[in-house]
Design a protein around this ligand. Sequence first.
Ligand SMILES: [Zn+2]
Length: 94
Amino acid sequence: MTATPRKQPQRMCVSCRTRRDKKDLIRVTLKEDGTLTADPTGKLPGRGAYLCKDEKCIRTEIKAHRLSKGLKVSYDEEDLGRLVGEILQLCGMN
Ligand SMILES: [Zn+2]
């Protein structure tokens, strides 16, 4: 009788590789047109990754282009700033 059932499914942040409850992470999805978007519902189609609701994780990951590598998408600083802002806003962080 030691097992405690988990109420929340867990996912790993692709940036810092910490496992957290899914609700503590934000899903970022690579859309068909090759752009990244925040996916707070977790229901958008496309390749997705989970990130901590943490500006550092989000910024680091998006800057590293790990999500967009396969599609040769590149973001300039302005796009990055906008995307990070959008994600943070969806996280309720600004
Ligand atoms: Zn993280």
